[in-house]
Design a protein around this ligand. Structure first.
Ligand code: SF4
Ligand code: SF4
Length: 326
C-alpha cells in the first residue's frame, strides 16, 4: 500500500546530546524535531518500546495523518514503505565539541560551554543495534555534531561500522584532524567525507572558521583524496554578507578540483535562510545558479544540495511554475 511518509519517520533515528529524535530536519514550516526519548544520555534502548511508539506514528501516516511537525517537509513522499521494524537512517550528533569555530554554528554562542559539554559514549548503543540486528546493513549513517574526529570513540566506532559492512557512512568533518579510520573507509569506498570549507581564500576561511587551519585542512583533504575509492565533497555554505562573492565561489570549485576532489555540496546559512526565505535578493540567485549549472565546467562530477539550497531552488521553481500557469 502506498502512503505519504518519509524514510526517517519509517526507519530513522537521530542521537543528540540529550535526546533521541526521529530526524534532524527543521527548516520546513512544520519545524521537525520530533523527540522520541528526552533526557537521553546513552542509556541502552528498549527496542520493543521504541518500535511500539514509532509504529503509532507510522500507522497514523498510513491513515493519512503525518505529524504536524512534518508539514511542508520535502522528505515526505508517497510510496510503498517496508513495514518491518529496523533502522536504516542514523544521525550521530550527540556531541558538541569542535576544534573549529564557525561563525554560523550554534556552538559559536558559547564555545566554552559547548566544548566542555559532557557527552555520552555512543559506541555501546550502536554495538547493541548491530548485535540485535536492528541496524540494517543498507543503513546510511551520518556523523554530524560537533567534530566527530575528536570524539574519543570515533576511530573504534568507524571500524565497528566498517567491519559490520555498512557501506554508506557520511562523515561531516572539518578535516583539521586527520583520521586513519576515515582514510580506511574511503579506501574501501564505504565513506563519504563532507568538509565545509565555505571559501577558497585563507582570509575568508579564517573569517568564517575563526581558526588558523586553512593550509592544514586543504593538505588533509588532498591526502584523503589519494584514497581514490571514497567520495569526498567540499562544501560551501553561502553566508550573505560574508562569502557571497562569485570569485570566491569560482575559486572554491577550482581549488576543489586541484586537490583531487570531484564532488561538492552546497548550502545556504540556516539562520539567514529561515529569516529571508521569502525575500532572497536576486544576486544570490546568480551565485546559486552558477553553482547549480556550471560546476561541471571545473571537472566536478556531482553537486549535492543541502536542505536550504534545495528549498531555495524548489521555492523558485514553484514560483516560476505558478507564474507560467497564470
Ligand atoms: S517528514 Fe521531515 S520532519 Fe518529518 S520525520 Fe521526515 S524528515 Fe523529519
Ligand atoms: S565545524 Fe561544524 S561543529 Fe565545528 S564549529 Fe563548524 S559548524 Fe560547528
Amino acid at each position: 500500500m502506498k502512503y505519504i511518509s518519509c524514510i526517517h519517520l519509517e526507519h530513522g533515528i537521530t542521537f543528540f546530546s540529550n535526546s533521541v529524535q526521529i530526524c534532524c530536519i527543521s527548516s520546513h514550516p512544520g519545524g521537525g524535531s520530533i523527540i522520541e526519548i528526552n533526557n537521553y544520555n546513552g542509556e541502552s534502548i528498549n527496542w520493543d518500546e521504541f518500535f511500539n511508539k514509532r509504529n503509532i506514528l507510522r500507522e497514523n501516516a498510513r491513515n493519512g495523518n503525518t505529524p504536524d511537525k512534518c508539514s511542508g517537509c520535502y522528505y515526505l513522499k508517497e510510496q510503498e514503505w517496508n513495514p518491518d521494524n529496523y533502522i536504516d537512517e542514523v544521525l550521530i550528533g550527540h556531541f558538541t565539541h569542535c576544534n573549529c569555530n564557525c561563525i554560523y554554528c550554534y556552538t559559536e554562542k558559547d564555545k566554552k560551554f559547548f566544548n566542555s559539554n559532557k557527552t555520552y559514549n555512543i559506541y555501546p548503543v550502536i554495538k547493541d543495534m548491530i548485535d540485535k540486528k536492528i541496524l540494517s546493513k543498507n543503513a546510511t549513517i551520518t556523523f554530524g555534531g560537533g567534530e566527530p574526529t575528536i570524539l574519543q570513540e570515533f576511530e573504534d566506532l568507524v571500524y565497528l561500522l566498517l567491519n559490520y559492512d555498512v557501506y554508506n557512512i557520511r562523515i561531516h568533518s572539518d578535516a583539521i584532524k586527520y583520521s586513519p579510520a576515515i582514510e580506511k573507509g574511503l579506501k574501501l569506498g564505504k565513506i563519504t567525507l563532507i568538509t565545509s570549507v565555505d571559501s577558497s581564500s585563507k582570509k575568508i576561511y579564517e573569517k568564517i572558521k575563526q581558526v588558523p587551519c586553512y593550509d592544514k585542512v586543504w593538505k588533509n583533504l588532498a591526502k584523503y583524496a589519494k584514497s581514490k575509492n571514497g567520495l569526498i565533497r567540499t562544501k560551501y555554505v553561502l553566508i550573505p554578507g560574508v562569502n557571497d562573492n562569485l570569485t570566491e565561489v569560482k575559486n572554491w570549485l577550482q581549488k576543489t578540483y586541484d586537490a583531487g576532489i570531484k564532488h561538492i555540496a552546497f548550502d545556504v546559512e540556516d539562520n539567514w535562510f529561515k529569516k529571508n526565505r521569502n525575500k532572497i535578493p536576486p544576486y544570490l540567485y546568480v551565485i546559486c545558479d552558477f553553482v547549480f549549472d556550471c560546476y561541471r565546467q571545473y571537472g566536478i562530477e556531482s553537486c549535492e544540495l543541502y536542505e536550504r539550497a534545495y528549498n531555495l531552488r524548489a521555492d523558485r521553481e514553484n514560483r516560476l511554475k505558478l507564474n507560467s500557469d497564470k
